[in-house]
Write a protein that binds this ligand. Sequence first.
Ligand code: FES
Length: 111
Amino acid sequence: MNEQRDEISITIINASEEYAVKTYSREFRNLMTLLNNQMYLENFGACGGQGRCATCMVKVVGLSGDANIMERNEAATIGKAGLSGKSIRLSCQLFINADLDGAVITIQGEG
Ligand code: FES
């Protein structure tokens, strides 16, 4: 029962405050779930991770591997929200795995 899991370290920036967060592969369903759990954000992830509402949008720097590949629906939802750029992502579409290790995630809040 002592399964070894690799630690994943990420930096979260929310309202100019920086937080160092450690997690493990699949500890959370996706990055949106982790952010809601760690940051207690209001109205974040309104569609429950279906990739439709864009309320879970973040700026991410430092992704590696497959995490850099954006599904068509994700790009479309971000585009509808009037944003673009490959560092802008829907956090509900990013899985918690080693591709996230070392990433810096800035929450795109109303403020
Ligand atoms: S939770 Fe709605 S798009 Fe991510």
